[in-house]
Design a protein around this ligand. Structure first.
Ligand code: 2HA
Ligand code: ZN
Length: 288
């Protein structure tokens, strides 16, 4: 006798996440998407893993050349394409789905959800490529979240897109930033969404960063669990909010490079920090 999937902790967790993100204004209309790597044994308590409902291609908006075979057999909970985050908690079976990546890497079996013929997010390739990249650097990596928070989006309109400069400005906007994302943030220029190209570019950044900004579009966050990925996006969005509140006004007090070094020592960030920003001559020149 299988347990009720609507009671599964991983379904409830994603319902809560989607509602929180909606209420924070990060996911207007059908904006945003989530993919969550599940534990096969745990899913097996709720679903018959030998009885997929149907098989679907792994494409985004267009047919894809993307090969997901490194993820073959892995099971993901993914928000549905065209679905609204505000509705997820009220009808998880329509707005979410659980898929298992097929051996051919080109298709997936739907194990549950997407009721009425739905499909995974249009950004499925970008999500799967990001999981592949993050799993290489962090085998515990499980979640990728994409959304459209207003302040970070606004910041991509007015700030230099250079990663070292962008990360540095975010770190300056609140003391905890360098502690929460010591590696900084990756930044992509405007690119067409829903394509393999933006997926490849996002995944490349994900080799070095857990946060990737899509200029004039939104943000990708990855993590070992929901709290980590959500907390990362929340912290970046908070920093961008401070940046926008400051607006063009003169900054009289900021966090200096000496302060950053104190934080690095205090929180032993040297263990996890990619020091490239500090050693980077371009970064050093910024501080002269
Ligand atoms: O509509 O956010 O990037 C979902 C998206 C596409
Ligand atoms: Zn988007």
């Amino acid at each position: 006798m299988k347990k009720n999937i609507l009671e599964a902790p991983f379904v409830k967790e994603i319902c809560r996440l989607a509602s929180n993100m909606y209420r924070l204004g990060w996911d207007e209309r059908n904006g945003g998407n989530i993919s969550y790597l599940l534990d096969e044994a745990e899913v097996g308590e709720y679903l018959d893993l030998d009885k997929p409902l149907r098989v679907i291609p792994n494409s985004g908006v267009h047919p894809t050349g993307f090969d997901a075979s490194p993820l073959a057999g892995k099971i993901f909970l993914v928000t549905g394409t065209g679905r609204y985050f505000k509705n997820v908690e009220y009808d998880p079976e329509t707005n979410l789905g659980i898929v298992r990546i097929c051996q051919d890497g080109k298709s997936s079996e739907v194990l549950w959800g997407y009721k009425g013929g739905g499909r995974p997010s249009s950004e499925f390739p970008a999500h799967m490529m990001s999981h592949m990249a993050r799993l290489k650097v962090d085998p515990k990596q499980r979640i990728v979240i994409h959304c459209h928070p207003s302040n970070i989006l606004a910041m991509t309109y007015v700030h230099d897109l250079d990663e070292a400069k962008f990360s540095h400005t975010l770190w300056e906007m609140s003391t905890e930033c360098i502690v929460v994302f010591p590696e900084g943030v990756g930044v992509l220029p405007w690119m067409l969404c829903g394509t393999d190209e933006i997926g490849v570019a996002t995944a490349k950044k994900m080799e070095d960063f857990r946060i990737v900004l899509w200029t004039n579009h939104g943000i990708y966050g990855a993590g070992d669990d929901v709290d980590e990925a959500f907390g990362l996006i929340e912290t970046v969005e908070k920093a961008a909010t401070i940046y926008n509140l400051i607006g063009g006004r003169e900054i009289k007090n900021t966090i200096s490079e000496e302060n950053f070094l104190e934080l690095i020592k205090q929180f032993s960030l040297e263990k996890v920090v990619n020091y490239s920003f500090f050693n980077n001559p371009e970064y050093r020149a910024l501080k002269k």
